[in-house]
Design a binder for this molecule. Structure first.
Ligand code: ADP
Ligand code: MG
Length: 247
């Protein structure tokens, strides 16, 4: 049997707010198999961002274990995490951090180049991703010239540039209108069909509707973990239509 892509064991994060401990994640056991698409939902403050940040090594855990592809990850130092992320994790933050003095095209190509793609491969991948997200004519713009929703889509394109085996996304449609949300959903559906594993935080039922599984967090704990049955999965092939009908 292959290892799960993500496996957490009693994962805990307690922030220190001065002298006051703020428990954000309280004993999460989350196992995600290769190719699964998991939506994480829950009210504001329930620990969603903290959880996915820990999975991407952006936030250190207080206790517990994180395993990625069978490799113990929570004990890695920062540079080892950075290497692991570059090889297999794409991350879309809630607050997208594009490189300000690089064009959109360069921002999207960079991760692929860092991961060892040729200039030609990186360019083709960038052209494909920007095309899918309706950003082709923004390729030469600087991030500061983009609207918030455009920046957010560029951040998604960048996260997908090196075909990460694991995509972590924190509210990737948070600032988008319905047309752009649809483009993002279509791309995520493709990523999923290509066999990439997706874990995304969302408030949007349409986004969660794409997932195989919805994990609900409340006060830092998993309170529901439902796998969506095959009957609901079938319409994924025509995600655009489904979203159209629901939206
Ligand atoms: N850097 C931080 N320092 C202190 N407390 C934090 C920090 N980040 C988040 N928290 C607290 O941790 C809890 C979970 O936050 P978060 O993971 O951002 O939740 P969500 O993404 O579900 O809205 C909240 O109570 C929040 O105030
Ligand atoms: Mg959050």
């Amino acid at each position: 049997m292959t290892s799960p892509v993500v496996d957490t064991v009693n994962l805990v994060k307690i922030y220190q707010n001065g002298a006051v401990p703020v428990p954000a994640v309280r004993g999460v056991d989350l196992r995600v198999a290769a190719g699964e698409f998991v939506a994480i939902m829950g009210p504001s403050g329930s620990g969603k961002s903290t959880l996915v940040h820990m999975l991407g090594g952006l936030e250190a855990r207080t206790s517990g274990e994180i395993w990625l592809d069978g490799q113990r990850a929570d004990t890695l130092n920062e540079s080892a995490w950075a290497l692991l992320r570059r090889k297999k994790v794409g991350f879309v933050f809630q607050f997208f951090n594009l490189v300000a003095n690089m064009t959109v095209a360069d921002n999207v190509e960079l991760p692929a180049l860092l991961a060892g793609a040729s200039a030609r491969e990186a360019r083709q991948r960038r052209q494909y991703l920007l095309g899918e997200l309706g950003l082709t004519d923004r390729a030469d713009a600087a991030p500061s010239q983009l609207a918030g929703g455009e920046q957010q889509r560029v951040a998604l394109a960048r996260a997908l540039a090196n075909k990460p085996s694991l995509l972590l996304a924190d509210e990737p449609t948070g600032n988008l209108d319905s047309r752009n949300t649809r483009d993002v959903l279509r791309l995520l559906g493709e990523v999923h069909r290509d066999g990439q594993t997706v874990i995304l935080v969302t408030h949007d039922a349409r986004v969660a509707g794409l997932a195989d599984r919805v994990v609900a967090l409340f006060d830092g704990e998993i309170v529901d973990d439902g796998t969506i049955g095959m009957a609901r999965r079938r319409p994924k092939a025509t995600v655009g239509d489904v979203v159209e009908l629901r939206g």
